[in-house]
Design a binder for this molecule. Structure first.
Ligand SMILES: NC(=O)c1ccc[n+]([C@@H]2O[C@H](COP(=O)([O-])OP(=O)(O)OC[C@H]3O[C@@H](n4cnc5c(N)ncnc54)[C@H](O)[C@@H]3O)[C@@H](O)[C@H]2O)c1
Length: 448
């Protein structure tokens, strides 16, 4: 195994240890305070975590800060992640290398699953069948065909399943959706979404911990039902680079944009998708493209253009929503709306007319000297909305915990999660075939 040449190792380690140190203090404090507090007067919700890598750790920290939540146990295939879970959470959860041991614990009411995508369906089915509520990370599915199996597993179980796209719970999400629904943008025909990065980590060449070896990594359990492979730490720690475990940019990053678009536009299912992608910049042993652009057509009458590159990180809003009467730039925690008065400027087309004809036209149409309507709409200042800063991951986990306590519906249910991931899978199918693909709403199947 050779390390990735593009990472400045010293710089990377320096930064990441600082961030880790800050996170450790925060989570310890939060969990010790809230879980031991006599003031907590809520029915406890006892959690087990399956997969406590990058995302699972953040989710544990978020859950530790929610009143009445107890973190009982964690499962993972890398010893270092289990050790870190015990360092981070107070009281320390019990840890295991076998996720089934979490599912059979009577003191676990609900599980958070943050494993690589190829495990999502099987673990969710087993957890629901064991009577646990489930928080399943995005993308919910690894193949579009798995969507219906998820739906029937949830319906059979009667348990609460939340799909983990925290963009749904971002501070400006509901306000922006209401703004668009209120008609301020006029007719929306185009939405553009972007998710760009420019670093080795952004391109998913995550560093491999120095203690990783067959003693500390259970590679066979990581593979699960995926194709058999020899022990390979790249596949284990950088699984997003390989099709067996990941859908690449569309299911990993586009899914956030698609989720936000479905939420803001109030739509759920696409009509057809066309994609271009390639491996342009990060060519080291990756299978999935490092750049992708896709167009998604919706039956409601608009197109979503998605793009992601791993070799440019120029900042921009997550979404730009273009309507006949205005434009909305949306980041998740804020939005900015620009009113666009529809003015006619007749000077452009009348420039080729004789002066007398133009003068007569001006008189007939009641125009200004600039040949614009005298009673045209007046431009206004942009409208800006900024939400307060609750961490969206914590808000999203809290929404799930509240739904478990009240028997209510979570904000991102199984159908929503299926349709958001479906668009990503269609992007990949189109990229691979070089042709558009269609979603047949009646048969609920993707057609080439
Ligand atoms: N919502 C978000 O913003 C967000 C961000 C990052 C990742 N994610 C999602 O979270 C999931 C995990 O991603 P990650 O970045 O944390 O990856 P990761 O590789 O850092 O962590 C995955 C963990 O799952 C463990 N695992 C694998 N197979 C297992 C098994 N059979 N039993 C128990 N544990 C097992 C691995 O040991 C690893 O620690 C992915 O589905 C990803 O798309 C979501």
């Amino acid at each position: 195994m050779s390390s990735n040449d593009s990472i400045d190792r010293r710089q990377f380690l320096g930064k990441s240890s600082l961030i880790a140190a800050a996170a450790v203090g925060g989570a310890r404090e939060a969990s010790a305070q809230l879980n031991n507090s006599a003031a907590v007067n809520l029915k406890p919700v006892r959690l087990g975590f399956i997969g406590v890598g990058i995302r699972g750790t953040l989710l544990m920290e978020a859950a530790a800060g929610i009143a009445g939540v107890e973190i009982k146990a964690a499962a993972d295939c890398y010893k270092g992640h289990l050790d870190a879970a015990r360092e981070l959470i107070n009281p320390a959860p019990e840890v295991t290398g076998d996720y089934k041991a979490i599912l059979s614990r009577p003191d676990v009411d609900a599980v958070v699953i943050a494993t690589p995508d190829h495990w999502h369906l099987q673990m969710t089915q087993e957890a629901l069948a064991a009577g646990k509520h489930v928080y399943i990370e995005k993308p919910m599915t690894h193949r579009w065909e798995d969507g219906e199996a998820f739906i029937s597993a949830v319906e059979r179980s009667g348990k609460v399943l939340q799909v983990g796209s925290q963009y749904m719970s971002m501070g400006a999400a509901q306000k922006a959706a209401d703004f668009i629904k209120g008609g301020r943008l006029g007719q929306v025909t185009l939405v553009e979404g972007r998710f760009h990065r420019n670093s080795a980590t952004g391109a998913w060449y995550y560093p491999i911990p120095p203690d990783a070896s067959p003693t500390t990594v259970d590679f066979k359990s990581f593979l699960g039902s995926a194709a058999p492979r020899d022990f390979d730490l790249r596949r284990f720690f950088q699984w997003r680079l390989f099709w067996d475990y990941s859908g690449g940019l569309p299911t990993d990053l586009f899914v956030h944009i698609v989720t936000a678009t479905h939420q803001l536009m109030g739509v759920s299912e696409p009509e057809s998708v066309f994609s271009f992608g390639d491996i342009y910049h990060w060519k080291n042993y990756r299978e999935v493209p490092d750049q992708m652009t896709s167009m998604v057509k919706y039956p409601e009458g608009f197109v979503l253009r998605l793009s992601s590159t791993a070799s440019n990180g120029h900042p921009g809003p997550l979404l730009t929503v273009y309507g006949s009467e205005g434009t909305l730039e949306y980041t998740g925690s804020s939005f900015k709306y620009y009113y666009e008065p529809r003015t006619e400027a007749f000077g452009y087309s009348t420039h080729s007319w004789p002066k007398a004809t133009t003068a007569r036209f001006k008189e007939l149409m009641n125009l200004t000297d600039n040949l614009t309507p005298l009673d045209g709409p007046v431009a206004s200042e942009p409208v800006e909305y900024k939400s307060s800063d609750e961490d969206s991951t914590r808000a999203h986990v809290r929404n799930w915990i509240d739904a478990i306590r009240t028997g209510g519906k979570p904000i991102e249910d199984v159908r929503f999660g299926h349709h958001a991931a479906l668009v990503g899978h269609m992007c990949n199918l189109s990229y691979k075939s070089g042709k558009p693909v269609r979603w047949n709403k009646a048969t609920r199947k993707v057609e080439a």
